[in-house]
Structures are given as structure tokens and as C-alpha cells.
Write a protein that binds this ligand. Sequence first.
Ligand code: HEC
Length: 166
Amino acid sequence: MLSVMLQRVRTTITRRVAPGPALALVSLPAFCFATALGLAETGSANAAEPAKAGEALYQAHCTACHGETLEGEKEWQTPKDDGTLPAPPHDDSGHTWHHPDNILFDYTKLGGKEAMRRLGVAIDLSGMPGFGGVLSDEEIWSVLDYIKSTWSGRNRDYQRDRSRKN
Ligand code: HEC
């Protein structure tokens, strides 16, 4: 649900800001920079620390729906009888890595309905609860760090690049 709606939002934005030559000039170096940074981070000994703290939080708060190995619910693309979508996987097989940081953060902190409302998309239903009252902002970022640590380098680079442009 999120990916379809975001695609729609994204298409609107792209149309509004027609990618002129200036944008092309800016985005290519930005992409190279992100890639270089990605390589630098892979080599850092501290990079795994926040992800470790996040793993414990993930196990405590997210596995009930997104699965112990981030595999999501069965047939996650088919809506349930109540109209909500099942929880998607957070690993490479899902679409979490398609979304920029601010959206992943809002979705986790505010829940699906409120996060989409802030994006200007009204949805009646979302099975994703908000964790704002349960986890601090720092804890939410560390759960997200853990999720990201399971992605392939290519998907991490893609998501980092999208987050910069957002
Ligand atoms: C009660 C079940 C449930 C729990 C617990 C839960 N989620 Fe979700 N989550 C969902 C569902 C269902 C969706 C799909 C929402 C939609 O269609 O709006 C979702 C979507 C998301 C998304 C949107 C990104 C994407 O790939 O669609 C993020 C990010 C997310 N969850 C993070 C988390 C994190 C982090 C935790 C633990 C702190 C968590 N969720 C716990 C049910 C849950």
C-alpha cells in the first residue's frame, strides 16, 4: 500500500520539479558521494554498534508482525479481510529499502495512518501502529539501523541516496 501510494506522490513531485540539466549535475556527484561514503562506512569498526542495540529492540517490538528474520507476514501483498495489508518484510525482499529515512522514521514513530496523512495521503486503515509512546527517537533510529544492516550493499546505497534527495 505504502509503495503504491508513494509512487503516486513521487510521480507528482517529479512532474512538478521537471528534472532540468541543473538537477542532473547535482544528483550525479551526490550519488558518487553517497557511494564513496557507503564504502567508507563498511570499513568502519563502529558501524555495527547501533545496529546491535537496534536488533534487541527489533526482537522485542517488531517480530510479532514483521517476523524474527524480517520476513514479514505470509502473502504480505494480499489485503486481509479487514482491508489492511499484512506486515511487509523488512529485508531485501520487501520494499522498506525503497523508502527514504524520514518516511521510515515517521511510519515507525507515528504509525501508518498518521505518517501517510502527513504526506498528504488519506488512508482509513493501516496495520502499522505508532511506536512514539514506546520508543525514543534514538531507539527508533537504531531499530532502523539494524534493519538497514541486513540489506545488500547495493540496496543500502540506493536507500541512502534516496534519503539525501528527500
Ligand atoms: C501489529 C503489527 C506490527 C508491528 C508490531 C510492527 N509493524 Fe511495522 N508494519 C505493520 C504493517 C501491517 C505494515 C504495513 C502498513 C501499511 O500498509 O500501511 C507495516 C509497515 C511498516 C513500515 C513501512 C515500510 C514498509 O516497508 O512498508 C515500517 C518502516 C515499519 N512497519 C517498521 C516497524 C518497526 C521498526 C517495528 C517495531 C518497532 C514495527 N514496524 C512493528 C505492522 C506492524
